[in-house]
Design a protein around this ligand. Structure first.
Ligand code: GLA
Length: 386
């Protein structure tokens, strides 16, 4: 009798609230939860260091899991229009898979998000040579970027958010970059259903810095490709690229091109157009020049997924947004819950300075001097449309 009681209670409750016998944390209930932050060992690196997973939940039930290896966002559960919480980022079930060079799933990127041509640049009369890892170019920080580092981590809690503060000291000469770079990145899950990422860095010599975050989103809970997601990007211009995806140096109008996302448009509607830029990127892999920037976080993009009703708004302090439509995903990676990640199964919206800025004097500067503070804030804000 004792053992069957919980089953009856659950059955009666499910009749009463109509949500089945689902665990409470699968359901979005605004203001009904106590915020939570917990941590556990996620795995062990080959050198014996432990990787910690932080589990965050806000007062509405929205949840984020973050590990201190690569600052990777492993899981992000947001509500659909029925109030069911489901995971909207690509990733793996175990540390082992993250160690096998995945395409930056959920990771923090540094010291330089995106490409630097031939891994070379000149700063204040001195030439620097960086690790090259992408067709002779430097991409996302090189061979061992911030996505492959173990960060120091501490949990934090404020009145309306739970979070993790990650810290990393990148030594002078790391992947070829000058200066000791002292980096701090804070992930906050707020009660406004935002994942807020705040970046800070200081240097002791002149250097270049461009940090970003590389989640692959899929608002269908990663059930199919992302081509039906409807995207708006607040950009009149973009930076066209050559065959190696290095900017030509010009800012061109999106008007009359498949890169015009000023009105909400399904990602898939023009992706296979016979357009030289799309052919070079094998789809979208372009930096958009955001309108109305003054250095404070402002809206950059909005994504709507019609079947689940999920929307994601991106706000950033940055001048650029790389929209990458997961063109290199090809069905060879199997992710969380055994889901095979097929072609264009996730999209990235990477807030950043423009690619190859160290070699493009006309682009906004990425130079950081001693005594200056590198600061960037990007917010991914979730809601549903009925
Ligand atoms: C990016 C680049 C893409 C690709 C992915 C990772 O965001 O712009 O070209 O390299 O990372 O596969």
């Amino acid at each position: 009798m004792k053992r069957t009681a919980p089953v009856y209670v659950c059955f009666l409750l499910s009749l009463f609230i109509g949500t089945g016998c689902r665990k409470a944390h699968d359901t979005y209930r605004p203001g009904k939860y106590a915020m939570e932050i917990s941590q556990k060992t996620y795995g062990t690196l080959p050198d014996g260091r432990h990787v910690i997973l932080f589990h965050l939940m806000n007062a509405n039930g929205m949840q984020a899991d973050i590990i201190n290896y690569g600052g990777i966002l492993v899981s992000l559960k947001t509500p659909n229009r029925k109030g069911h919480l489901g995971d909207v980022v690509l990733g793996f079930d175990d540390l082992e898979s993250y160690l096998h060079d995945p395409p930056y799933f959920g990771a923090l990127i540094g010291r330089y998000g995106n490409r630097i041509a031939r891994g070379r640049f000149t700063l204040e009369g001195k030439e620097y040579s960086l690790a090259v890892n992408n067709n002779g170019h430097h991409l996302h920080g090189g061979l061992k970027g911030f996505d492959k580092q173990l960060w120091n981590a501490e949990p934090i809690q404020t009145d309306n958010a739970v979070g993790v503060k990650l810290s990393l000291l990148s030594p002078h000469g790391d992947e070829g970059y000058p200066g000791n770079l002292d980096c701090h990145v804070t992930y906050l899950l707020t009660n406004e259903d935002e994942l807020r990422i705040v970046y800070r860095a200081l240097t002791d010599r002149p250097t270049v810095v461009n940090l970003t975050h590389h989640s692959y989103f899929n608002l269908t809970e990663c059930q199919r490709d992302i081509l039906d997601h409807e995207l708006t990007i607040g950009a009149d211009r973009y930076t066209p690229v050559d065959e190696g995806l290095i900017p030509l140096g010009t800012l061109e109008s999106v008007s009359g091109t498949p890169l015009d996302f000023r009105e909400s448009t399904p990602i898939g509607s023009r992706i296979d157009n016979d357009d030289i830029q799309l052919l070079r990127g094998r789809g979208y892999d372009h930096n958009f020049v955001l309108n109305n920037r003054d250095g404070s976080p402002a809206q950059a993009a909005l994504v709507y997924e019609p079947q689940t009703g999920r929307t994601m708004e991106v706000l950033t302090s940055e001048p650029g947004l790389q929209f990458y439509s997961g063109n290199f995903l090809d069905g060879t990676l199997t992710g969380k819950n055994g889901i095979v990640y097929g072609h264009r199964w996730g999209f990235c919206l990477e807030a950043q300075h423009f690619p190859d800025s160290p070699n493009q004097p006309a682009f906004p500067s990425v130079v950081l001097h001693p005594g200056e503070k590198y600061a960037q804030t990007t917010v991914y804000r979730f809601s549903v449309m009925k």
